[in-house]
Design a protein around this ligand. Structure first.
Ligand SMILES: O=c1ccn([C@@H]2O[C@H](COP(=O)(O)OP(=O)(O)O[C@H]3O[C@H](CO)[C@@H](O)[C@H](O)[C@H]3O)[C@@H](O)[C@H]2O)c(=O)[nH]1
Length: 467
């Protein structure tokens, strides 16, 4: 006997790069759990969906169906190693690949789409939702202030003019809530459009499309930055802060099906941390896309030696290619070896690491998820931002929240890193920052608890999507 058709069919469009797929699946699972009669078609590339759905659930899980869109890669394509290349090819294939995939899904399921949830980057959701006469709900995976900058793209370009604003200290004092941001902190896509880059064109179109959305979901929580939410609401129809989304993924009480797997720790990070003194360790990670240039990696290793502080380094790539063999040997990657003063691993259970009492500082690239996880664990940041929202995030942590310090000169040098490590791990300044983190840590817990702001916003989202 075939099962009855779903009551509703929701289309979900993923931007299949960086840390965008897993948090989208987290949100979709939260919406899908209380609505088992609604089907969610989750469109990503074969690669991106393959990274988030368990191997034995290639077709999806429960009422979340995994569907593929064309990744835009030509036949026999050999990647050059530049991540932007894959993004550019993918963006040349949109929106035709999504139109084709959704048509196929509607045919296969036998029910038309009733709502479209997309990554905020995928601006064409506005047009597609209009054509189908359904709500469009984009999700912004970074924070409110970077979104505010994008929403003000035109005003920023008009006011800053064309004279190298990326090098300027001019403050954005003409935008409420961004007064402490300097123009050099802005994402380059906000400063000017590069018509030869699909990514730049996409960000431009996104800024113009978001005001058409029925609601924009943001990876933040109401208590963190209420003024920024208020400013956003002047430009967007509705803002729903439901984050921190990566923390949400570990809370399974409302999930009827497909709870996330328990956090894996194959390299024994937590066991090793258990042996370290309180607030003594610096955890180092540059997120899921960035590997700093070789000179900076080397400078960091020298600084760690000089400062002689214990460290846990989540290292993308092979450390032996970038660092002296004796340094790598000392920071063993072997499972079960707990006696080394430091540890390098290819991937760490970051959220658990930052919640561990032995971690006293986080050297980070300022990816928004990482900063929200800093708040969750109450750990001050040492910051080396690279691109996109990261410089704005760094400025926010340093001058608004006062819970982190940027590395001198904006890059990793031996002297700058030694000074920063000492300030945060050994001096009073670090203690004060940890003190300021305390209330933030509690705020995160309250927002995500039953009846908390993020939980309530999530309930509103469930209603919008499923009723
Ligand atoms: O060893 C590791 C390293 C990373 N992570 C996780 O990976 C995620 C990394 O996310 P994020 O800090 O946001 O960095 P990126 O992956 O670089 O994120 C991209 O997407 C973010 C959200 O839009 C932007 O803020 C960033 O600038 C952009 O680079 C976090 O949840 C981490 O917990 C681990 O669990 N273990």
């Amino acid at each position: 006997m075939s099962s009855p058709p779903p009551r509703k069919h929701v289309g979900v469009f993923v931007f299949p790069f960086a840390s965008h797929t897993a948090p989208m699946l987290t949100i979709v699972r939260k919406i899908a759990a209380p609505a088992p009669d609604v089907l969610f078609s989750f469109f990503g590339t074969k690669t991106s969906n393959g990274q988030v759905f368990p191997k034995d659930a290639a077709g999806g899980q429960g009422n979340v169906r995994s569907c593929y869109v064309d990744d835009g890669l030509p036949e026999g394509f050999v990647p050059s190693g530049n991540p932007l290349e894959l993004i550019e090819l993918f963006l040349k294939a949109v929106p035709a690949n999504f139109y084709e995939a959704i048509e196929a899904a509607e045919k296969a399921v036998g029910v038309k789409i009733s709502c479209l949830i997309t990554d905020a980057f995928l601006w064409f959701g506005a047009e597609m939702a209009r054509e189908k006469a359904v709500p469009w709900i984009p999700v912004w995976f970074s924070g409110s202030r970077s979104l505010l900058a994008h929403v003000h793209t035109d005003l920023i370009r008009e006011t800053l003019g064309s004279e190298e604003p990326e090098d300027s200290d001019q403050m954005l004092d003409f935008i409420p809530c961004l007064v402490s941001v300097r123009s050099k902190d802005l994402p380059w896509e906000v400063i000017r459009m590069n018509p030869t880059l699909q990514f730049s064109i996409m960000m431009d179109k996104m800024a113009r499309s978001l005001p058409k959305a029925n609601a924009v979901v943001v990876n933040s929580f109401d208590e963190l930055d209420p003024f920024a939410t208020l400013q956003l609401e002047k430009h967007l129809k509705k803002v729903l802060n439901v984050g921190p989304i990566s923390v949400l993924s570990t809370r399974t009480e409302t999930v009827a099906e497909a709870p996330p797997p328990p956090t894996a720790d194959p390299h024994g990070c937590i066991q090793w941390l258990n042996k370290q003194p309180p607030a003594s360790v610096v955890y180092i990670s540059f997120g899921s896309v960035i590997t700093p240039l070789p000179g900076e990696v080397m400078a960091l290793a020298e600084a760690l030696d000089e400062a002689a502080v214990p460290f846990l380094w989540s290292f993308r790539g092979d450390p032996k290619e970038h660092l002296p063999s004796e340094f790598v040997a000392r920071s063993t990657m072997a499972e079960g070896c707990l006696d080394s003063k430091s540890k390098m691993v290819p991937w760490a259970p970051q959220l658990d690491v930052l919640r561990h009492g032995s971690v006293g500082a986080f050297l980070t690239h300022c990816g928004w998820n990482s900063l929200l996880e800093c708040f969750t664990g109450g750990v001050p940041a040492i910051m080396r931002p690279f691109f996109g929202d990261q410089k704005m995030n760094c400025r926010y942590m340093e001058s608004v929240m006062r819970v982190g310090i940027g590395l001198e000169g904006g890059k990793i040098t031996k002297a700058g890193a030694v000074a920063a490590l000492r300030r945060v791990l050994l001096e009073n300044e670090g203690k004060e920052m940890r003190g300021r983190m305390g209330p933030l840590k509690e705020m995160v817990a309250r927002a995500l608890a039953g009846g908390g702001s993020s939980s309530k916003n999530l309930e509103s989202l469930v209603e919008m999507v499923t009723e």
